[in-house]
Design a protein. Structure first.
Length: 415
Protein backbone atom coordinates (compact mmCIF):
# COMPACT_ATOMS: atom_id res chain seq x y z
CA UNK A 1 0.00 0.00 0.00
CA UNK A 2 0.88 3.70 -0.01
CA UNK A 3 2.93 4.11 3.15
CA UNK A 4 2.72 7.91 3.19
CA UNK A 5 -1.09 7.83 3.04
CA UNK A 6 -1.25 5.08 5.65
CA UNK A 7 0.99 7.06 8.01
CA UNK A 8 -1.17 10.16 7.56
CA UNK A 9 -4.37 8.19 8.21
CA UNK A 10 -2.82 6.73 11.35
CA UNK A 11 -1.65 10.17 12.52
CA UNK A 12 -5.19 11.52 12.20
CA UNK A 13 -6.61 8.51 14.03
CA UNK A 14 -4.16 9.02 16.89
CA UNK A 15 -5.24 12.67 17.07
CA UNK A 16 -8.93 11.80 17.17
CA UNK A 17 -8.46 9.35 20.04
CA UNK A 18 -6.10 11.52 22.10
CA UNK A 19 -7.30 11.82 25.68
CA UNK A 20 -9.50 8.73 25.53
CA UNK A 21 -9.55 6.52 28.63
CA UNK A 22 -10.79 3.50 26.66
CA UNK A 23 -7.84 1.15 27.08
CA UNK A 24 -9.08 -1.30 24.46
CA UNK A 25 -9.30 1.52 21.91
CA UNK A 26 -5.86 2.83 22.89
CA UNK A 27 -4.43 -0.69 22.62
CA UNK A 28 -5.91 -1.04 19.13
CA UNK A 29 -4.36 2.27 18.03
CA UNK A 30 -1.03 1.30 19.58
CA UNK A 31 -1.09 -2.00 17.67
CA UNK A 32 -1.83 -0.15 14.43
CA UNK A 33 1.29 1.91 15.07
CA UNK A 34 3.24 -1.25 15.84
CA UNK A 35 2.06 -2.79 12.56
CA UNK A 36 3.21 0.31 10.66
CA UNK A 37 6.64 0.12 12.28
CA UNK A 38 6.75 -3.57 11.41
CA UNK A 39 5.88 -2.89 7.76
CA UNK A 40 8.62 -0.26 7.48
CA UNK A 41 11.23 -2.47 9.21
CA UNK A 42 11.54 -0.32 12.36
CA UNK A 43 11.52 -3.44 14.51
CA UNK A 44 12.65 -1.90 17.79
CA UNK A 45 9.76 0.58 17.69
CA UNK A 46 7.38 -2.22 16.72
CA UNK A 47 8.45 -4.15 19.83
CA UNK A 48 7.99 -1.09 22.07
CA UNK A 49 4.50 -0.40 20.73
CA UNK A 50 3.47 -4.05 21.06
CA UNK A 51 4.74 -4.14 24.65
CA UNK A 52 2.73 -1.00 25.45
CA UNK A 53 -0.36 -2.65 24.00
CA UNK A 54 0.07 -5.75 26.18
CA UNK A 55 0.21 -3.48 29.21
CA UNK A 56 -2.96 -1.65 28.12
CA UNK A 57 -5.00 -4.85 27.71
CA UNK A 58 -3.57 -6.61 30.77
CA UNK A 59 -6.50 -5.54 32.95
CA UNK A 60 -9.15 -6.31 30.31
CA UNK A 61 -10.45 -9.67 29.16
CA UNK A 62 -9.81 -8.97 25.48
CA UNK A 63 -7.97 -12.05 24.28
CA UNK A 64 -8.05 -11.03 20.61
CA UNK A 65 -6.24 -7.73 21.24
CA UNK A 66 -3.81 -9.44 23.59
CA UNK A 67 -3.12 -12.12 20.97
CA UNK A 68 -2.43 -9.44 18.34
CA UNK A 69 -0.03 -7.67 20.67
CA UNK A 70 2.00 -10.78 21.42
CA UNK A 71 2.01 -11.80 17.75
CA UNK A 72 3.32 -8.44 16.56
CA UNK A 73 5.91 -8.49 19.35
CA UNK A 74 6.97 -11.98 18.29
CA UNK A 75 7.01 -11.14 14.59
CA UNK A 76 9.24 -8.12 15.19
CA UNK A 77 11.63 -10.39 17.10
CA UNK A 78 12.01 -13.06 14.41
CA UNK A 79 12.33 -10.38 11.73
CA UNK A 80 15.50 -9.35 13.57
CA UNK A 81 16.76 -12.94 13.64
CA UNK A 82 15.70 -13.54 17.27
CA UNK A 83 13.76 -16.72 16.61
CA UNK A 84 14.25 -18.16 20.09
CA UNK A 85 12.91 -14.98 21.70
CA UNK A 86 9.95 -14.89 19.32
CA UNK A 87 8.70 -18.46 19.74
CA UNK A 88 7.23 -18.26 23.30
CA UNK A 89 5.55 -14.95 22.44
CA UNK A 90 3.88 -16.49 19.40
CA UNK A 91 2.90 -19.64 21.27
CA UNK A 92 1.18 -17.46 23.88
CA UNK A 93 -0.50 -15.47 21.10
CA UNK A 94 -1.78 -18.69 19.51
CA UNK A 95 -3.26 -19.90 22.82
CA UNK A 96 -5.03 -16.56 23.29
CA UNK A 97 -6.34 -16.53 19.71
CA UNK A 98 -7.60 -20.10 20.06
CA UNK A 99 -9.38 -19.23 23.31
CA UNK A 100 -10.95 -16.21 21.58
CA UNK A 101 -11.96 -18.42 18.61
CA UNK A 102 -10.36 -15.83 16.33
CA UNK A 103 -9.64 -17.82 13.16
CA UNK A 104 -7.62 -15.12 11.40
CA UNK A 105 -5.41 -14.48 14.41
CA UNK A 106 -4.80 -18.23 14.79
CA UNK A 107 -3.79 -18.41 11.13
CA UNK A 108 -1.38 -15.48 11.54
CA UNK A 109 0.31 -17.25 14.42
CA UNK A 110 0.64 -20.53 12.53
CA UNK A 111 2.29 -18.52 9.77
CA UNK A 112 4.74 -16.86 12.16
CA UNK A 113 5.57 -20.11 13.93
CA UNK A 114 6.17 -21.57 10.48
CA UNK A 115 8.66 -18.77 9.85
CA UNK A 116 10.53 -19.65 13.03
CA UNK A 117 10.69 -23.33 12.07
CA UNK A 118 11.92 -22.22 8.63
CA UNK A 119 14.65 -20.03 10.15
CA UNK A 120 15.73 -22.97 12.34
CA UNK A 121 15.91 -25.26 9.27
CA UNK A 122 13.03 -27.39 10.62
CA UNK A 123 11.50 -27.61 7.18
CA UNK A 124 8.95 -30.39 7.73
CA UNK A 125 7.53 -28.57 10.75
CA UNK A 126 7.50 -25.31 8.78
CA UNK A 127 5.54 -26.93 5.94
CA UNK A 128 3.00 -28.38 8.39
CA UNK A 129 2.48 -25.03 10.13
CA UNK A 130 2.14 -23.15 6.83
CA UNK A 131 -0.45 -25.62 5.55
CA UNK A 132 -2.39 -25.17 8.82
CA UNK A 133 -2.24 -21.42 8.24
CA UNK A 134 -3.42 -21.76 4.62
CA UNK A 135 -6.46 -23.83 5.67
CA UNK A 136 -7.53 -21.10 8.10
CA UNK A 137 -6.78 -18.23 5.71
CA UNK A 138 -9.02 -19.96 3.15
CA UNK A 139 -11.87 -19.92 5.67
CA UNK A 140 -11.45 -16.14 5.93
CA UNK A 141 -10.84 -15.74 2.15
CA UNK A 142 -7.59 -13.95 3.06
CA UNK A 143 -5.73 -14.13 -0.24
CA UNK A 144 -2.85 -11.92 0.87
CA UNK A 145 -1.83 -14.24 3.64
CA UNK A 146 -2.42 -17.29 1.47
CA UNK A 147 0.12 -15.75 -0.93
CA UNK A 148 2.61 -15.30 1.91
CA UNK A 149 2.29 -18.96 2.82
CA UNK A 150 2.62 -20.20 -0.78
CA UNK A 151 5.65 -17.96 -1.23
CA UNK A 152 7.30 -19.50 1.81
CA UNK A 153 6.51 -23.01 0.64
CA UNK A 154 8.42 -22.13 -2.53
CA UNK A 155 11.49 -21.18 -0.51
CA UNK A 156 11.22 -24.41 1.48
CA UNK A 157 11.00 -26.42 -1.75
CA UNK A 158 14.42 -25.02 -2.68
CA UNK A 159 16.13 -25.33 0.68
CA UNK A 160 14.80 -28.69 1.82
CA UNK A 161 14.32 -30.54 -1.46
CA UNK A 162 16.23 -28.58 -4.14
CA UNK A 163 12.95 -28.74 -6.05
CA UNK A 164 13.39 -25.67 -8.23
CA UNK A 165 10.49 -26.49 -10.54
CA UNK A 166 8.06 -26.71 -7.62
CA UNK A 167 9.49 -23.46 -6.25
CA UNK A 168 9.04 -21.66 -9.57
CA UNK A 169 5.43 -22.87 -9.71
CA UNK A 170 4.75 -21.60 -6.16
CA UNK A 171 6.33 -18.21 -6.91
CA UNK A 172 4.70 -17.74 -10.32
CA UNK A 173 1.27 -18.72 -8.97
CA UNK A 174 1.76 -16.35 -6.03
CA UNK A 175 2.77 -13.52 -8.34
CA UNK A 176 -0.33 -13.99 -10.49
CA UNK A 177 -2.48 -13.94 -7.32
CA UNK A 178 -0.80 -10.68 -6.26
CA UNK A 179 -1.60 -9.11 -9.61
CA UNK A 180 -5.20 -10.36 -9.52
CA UNK A 181 -5.83 -8.60 -6.21
CA UNK A 182 -3.64 -5.56 -7.05
CA UNK A 183 -1.21 -6.04 -4.16
CA UNK A 184 2.18 -4.43 -4.93
CA UNK A 185 3.56 -5.19 -1.46
CA UNK A 186 3.05 -8.91 -2.06
CA UNK A 187 4.48 -8.62 -5.57
CA UNK A 188 7.68 -7.26 -4.03
CA UNK A 189 8.32 -10.29 -1.86
CA UNK A 190 7.26 -12.85 -4.45
CA UNK A 191 9.45 -11.21 -7.10
CA UNK A 192 12.36 -11.23 -4.65
CA UNK A 193 12.03 -14.96 -4.07
CA UNK A 194 11.54 -15.58 -7.78
CA UNK A 195 14.74 -13.64 -8.50
CA UNK A 196 16.56 -15.63 -5.84
CA UNK A 197 15.28 -18.88 -7.39
CA UNK A 198 16.64 -17.84 -10.79
CA UNK A 199 19.97 -17.10 -9.06
CA UNK A 200 20.02 -20.55 -7.46
CA UNK A 201 19.37 -22.16 -10.84
CA UNK A 202 22.13 -20.14 -12.49
CA UNK A 203 19.97 -18.00 -14.76
CA UNK A 204 21.76 -14.82 -13.73
CA UNK A 205 20.35 -12.56 -16.45
CA UNK A 206 16.78 -13.45 -15.46
CA UNK A 207 17.69 -13.05 -11.79
CA UNK A 208 19.11 -9.57 -12.41
CA UNK A 209 16.03 -8.51 -14.37
CA UNK A 210 13.60 -9.84 -11.75
CA UNK A 211 15.51 -8.36 -8.81
CA UNK A 212 15.72 -5.03 -10.63
CA UNK A 213 11.90 -4.97 -10.71
CA UNK A 214 11.90 -5.92 -7.04
CA UNK A 215 14.14 -2.97 -6.18
CA UNK A 216 11.85 -0.55 -7.97
CA UNK A 217 8.87 -1.79 -5.96
CA UNK A 218 10.69 -1.76 -2.60
CA UNK A 219 11.66 1.86 -3.14
CA UNK A 220 8.15 2.88 -4.16
CA UNK A 221 6.78 1.20 -1.02
CA UNK A 222 9.53 2.47 1.28
CA UNK A 223 10.36 -1.05 2.47
CA UNK A 224 14.00 -0.69 3.45
CA UNK A 225 14.50 -4.26 4.70
CA UNK A 226 13.19 -5.71 1.43
CA UNK A 227 15.34 -3.25 -0.51
CA UNK A 228 18.46 -4.41 1.33
CA UNK A 229 17.68 -8.08 0.71
CA UNK A 230 17.07 -7.45 -3.00
CA UNK A 231 20.33 -5.50 -3.29
CA UNK A 232 22.26 -8.32 -1.59
CA UNK A 233 20.90 -11.05 -3.87
CA UNK A 234 21.33 -8.79 -6.89
CA UNK A 235 24.96 -8.41 -5.83
CA UNK A 236 25.32 -12.20 -5.79
CA UNK A 237 23.75 -12.46 -9.26
CA UNK A 238 26.29 -9.94 -10.58
CA UNK A 239 29.18 -11.61 -8.73
CA UNK A 240 28.40 -15.09 -10.06
CA UNK A 241 28.00 -13.53 -13.51
CA UNK A 242 31.53 -12.11 -13.29
CA UNK A 243 30.43 -8.46 -12.95
CA UNK A 244 32.43 -7.74 -9.81
CA UNK A 245 32.23 -3.95 -9.61
CA UNK A 246 28.45 -4.00 -10.02
CA UNK A 247 28.30 -6.68 -7.33
CA UNK A 248 30.40 -4.61 -4.95
CA UNK A 249 28.21 -1.55 -5.42
CA UNK A 250 25.05 -3.53 -4.63
CA UNK A 251 26.59 -5.19 -1.57
CA UNK A 252 27.75 -1.83 -0.20
CA UNK A 253 24.27 -0.32 -0.70
CA UNK A 254 22.71 -3.30 1.09
CA UNK A 255 25.20 -3.07 3.95
CA UNK A 256 24.43 0.61 4.52
CA UNK A 257 20.70 -0.13 4.78
CA UNK A 258 21.17 -3.06 7.18
CA UNK A 259 23.37 -0.78 9.30
CA UNK A 260 20.64 1.86 9.41
CA UNK A 261 18.08 -0.79 10.44
CA UNK A 262 20.40 -2.37 13.02
CA UNK A 263 19.75 -5.72 11.32
CA UNK A 264 22.69 -7.89 12.39
CA UNK A 265 21.39 -11.01 10.68
CA UNK A 266 20.95 -9.35 7.29
CA UNK A 267 24.22 -7.49 7.72
CA UNK A 268 26.11 -10.75 8.36
CA UNK A 269 24.89 -12.18 5.05
CA UNK A 270 26.10 -9.13 3.13
CA UNK A 271 29.41 -8.95 5.00
CA UNK A 272 30.11 -12.59 4.13
CA UNK A 273 29.35 -12.01 0.45
CA UNK A 274 31.37 -8.80 0.37
CA UNK A 275 34.25 -10.41 2.27
CA UNK A 276 34.56 -13.15 -0.37
CA UNK A 277 34.41 -10.61 -3.18
CA UNK A 278 37.11 -8.43 -1.59
CA UNK A 279 39.30 -11.49 -0.94
CA UNK A 280 39.14 -12.25 -4.66
CA UNK A 281 39.99 -8.59 -5.40
CA UNK A 282 42.96 -8.88 -2.97
CA UNK A 283 41.59 -6.23 -0.60
CA UNK A 284 42.60 -8.46 2.26
CA UNK A 285 42.34 -6.24 5.33
CA UNK A 286 38.85 -4.93 4.60
CA UNK A 287 37.70 -8.45 3.71
CA UNK A 288 38.91 -9.65 7.12
CA UNK A 289 37.05 -6.89 8.96
CA UNK A 290 33.78 -7.80 7.27
CA UNK A 291 34.18 -11.55 7.72
CA UNK A 292 35.12 -11.49 11.40
CA UNK A 293 32.25 -9.11 12.13
CA UNK A 294 29.88 -11.47 10.28
CA UNK A 295 31.23 -14.49 12.18
CA UNK A 296 30.63 -12.74 15.50
CA UNK A 297 27.00 -11.97 14.59
CA UNK A 298 26.31 -15.45 13.28
CA UNK A 299 27.94 -17.19 16.23
CA UNK A 300 25.49 -15.45 18.55
CA UNK A 301 22.64 -17.46 17.02
CA UNK A 302 24.08 -20.68 18.45
CA UNK A 303 23.37 -22.55 15.20
CA UNK A 304 26.62 -23.85 13.75
CA UNK A 305 25.22 -24.20 10.23
CA UNK A 306 24.68 -20.43 10.01
CA UNK A 307 28.42 -19.82 10.47
CA UNK A 308 29.68 -22.30 7.85
CA UNK A 309 29.61 -19.93 4.85
CA UNK A 310 31.53 -17.30 6.81
CA UNK A 311 34.07 -19.78 8.18
CA UNK A 312 34.72 -21.12 4.67
CA UNK A 313 35.17 -17.54 3.49
CA UNK A 314 37.74 -17.03 6.26
CA UNK A 315 39.64 -20.15 5.14
CA UNK A 316 39.64 -18.66 1.63
CA UNK A 317 40.90 -15.37 3.08
CA UNK A 318 43.66 -17.15 5.03
CA UNK A 319 44.90 -18.65 1.76
CA UNK A 320 44.87 -15.23 0.12
CA UNK A 321 46.95 -13.95 3.06
CA UNK A 322 49.40 -16.81 2.71
CA UNK A 323 48.39 -18.29 6.09
CA UNK A 324 48.13 -21.84 4.75
CA UNK A 325 48.24 -23.54 8.16
CA UNK A 326 45.26 -21.53 9.45
CA UNK A 327 43.45 -22.06 6.16
CA UNK A 328 43.95 -25.83 6.28
CA UNK A 329 42.81 -26.05 9.90
CA UNK A 330 39.59 -24.14 9.15
CA UNK A 331 38.91 -26.18 6.02
CA UNK A 332 39.46 -29.46 7.88
CA UNK A 333 37.01 -28.45 10.61
CA UNK A 334 34.37 -27.42 8.06
CA UNK A 335 34.87 -30.59 5.99
CA UNK A 336 34.45 -32.78 9.07
CA UNK A 337 31.29 -30.90 10.05
CA UNK A 338 29.81 -31.22 6.55
CA UNK A 339 30.59 -34.94 6.44
CA UNK A 340 28.73 -35.43 9.72
CA UNK A 341 25.88 -32.93 9.45
CA UNK A 342 25.23 -32.28 5.77
CA UNK A 343 24.42 -28.91 4.24
CA UNK A 344 21.01 -28.00 5.71
CA UNK A 345 21.13 -24.34 6.71
CA UNK A 346 24.27 -23.57 4.69
CA UNK A 347 23.50 -20.70 2.33
CA UNK A 348 25.75 -21.53 -0.65
CA UNK A 349 26.92 -25.10 0.02
CA UNK A 350 28.73 -25.71 -3.27
CA UNK A 351 30.71 -22.50 -2.90
CA UNK A 352 31.70 -23.76 0.57
CA UNK A 353 32.60 -27.19 -0.85
CA UNK A 354 34.77 -25.65 -3.56
CA UNK A 355 36.54 -23.22 -1.22
CA UNK A 356 37.38 -25.94 1.32
CA UNK A 357 38.34 -28.50 -1.34
CA UNK A 358 40.71 -25.98 -2.95
CA UNK A 359 42.30 -25.06 0.38
CA UNK A 360 42.80 -28.71 1.34
CA UNK A 361 44.25 -29.58 -2.05
CA UNK A 362 46.65 -26.62 -2.11
CA UNK A 363 47.84 -27.27 1.45
CA UNK A 364 48.67 -30.92 0.78
CA UNK A 365 45.70 -32.58 2.51
CA UNK A 366 45.01 -34.63 -0.61
CA UNK A 367 42.99 -37.43 1.00
CA UNK A 368 40.67 -35.06 2.84
CA UNK A 369 40.31 -32.94 -0.30
CA UNK A 370 39.27 -35.96 -2.37
CA UNK A 371 36.79 -37.11 0.27
CA UNK A 372 35.17 -33.68 0.34
CA UNK A 373 35.10 -33.51 -3.46
CA UNK A 374 33.31 -36.87 -3.55
CA UNK A 375 30.68 -35.58 -1.11
CA UNK A 376 30.23 -32.36 -3.11
CA UNK A 377 29.84 -34.23 -6.40
CA UNK A 378 27.40 -36.74 -4.92
CA UNK A 379 25.20 -33.98 -3.48
CA UNK A 380 25.36 -31.97 -6.69
CA UNK A 381 24.26 -34.94 -8.78
CA UNK A 382 21.46 -35.74 -6.30
CA UNK A 383 20.11 -32.22 -6.65
CA UNK A 384 20.50 -32.25 -10.42
CA UNK A 385 18.49 -35.47 -10.76
CA UNK A 386 15.48 -33.70 -9.27
CA UNK A 387 15.43 -31.15 -12.12
CA UNK A 388 13.27 -32.54 -14.93
CA UNK A 389 13.43 -29.58 -17.30
CA UNK A 390 16.51 -29.82 -19.55
CA UNK A 391 17.09 -26.06 -19.81
CA UNK A 392 16.91 -25.62 -16.04
CA UNK A 393 19.26 -28.55 -15.53
CA UNK A 394 21.76 -27.11 -18.01
CA UNK A 395 21.70 -23.71 -16.30
CA UNK A 396 22.19 -25.33 -12.92
CA UNK A 397 25.19 -27.43 -13.99
CA UNK A 398 26.91 -25.14 -16.48
CA UNK A 399 26.19 -21.54 -15.46
CA UNK A 400 27.11 -21.74 -11.77
CA UNK A 401 30.90 -21.64 -11.65
CA UNK A 402 31.25 -23.75 -8.50
CA UNK A 403 29.03 -26.48 -9.92
CA UNK A 404 31.09 -26.59 -13.09
CA UNK A 405 34.38 -26.62 -11.19
CA UNK A 406 33.26 -29.46 -8.91
CA UNK A 407 32.23 -31.59 -11.89
CA UNK A 408 35.46 -30.90 -13.78
CA UNK A 409 37.63 -31.63 -10.73
CA UNK A 410 35.79 -34.85 -9.94
CA UNK A 411 35.87 -36.11 -13.51
CA UNK A 412 39.60 -35.35 -13.67
CA UNK A 413 40.19 -37.72 -10.73
CA UNK A 414 38.29 -40.57 -12.39
CA UNK A 415 40.09 -40.52 -15.74
Amino acid sequence: GNRAEQKEDLRQLVGLTAGSDDKALLADITLRRASMYLATADYEQAVKQAQQATALVATHDNKTLEARAYRIWGRAQWQQGRANAAKPLLQRALRLATAAKDVLEQAQNYYDLGQIAFLNNQFSEAQQLLHQAIDLFKVEDDKRNMIRCLDNLGSIAILSESNFEAALTYFQDSFRMCQSIHWPYGETYVLYHLGNCYFEIGDFAQSQETLGKTLTLTRLLGDRAAEANALDTLGLAYQFDGQLEQARAKFEEALAIHDSLNDRRGKAYVQTHLGILLSNLEEIEQAGIYLYDALSARSDSGAKETTIDTEAALAWLDMARGDSDFAQERAQEIAAWLQENGTAGVELPFQVFWQCYTVLKLTGAAEEAQSLLQLAYTQLMARTQKIQDEDLRAHYLESVVYHRQIIEAFEATTR
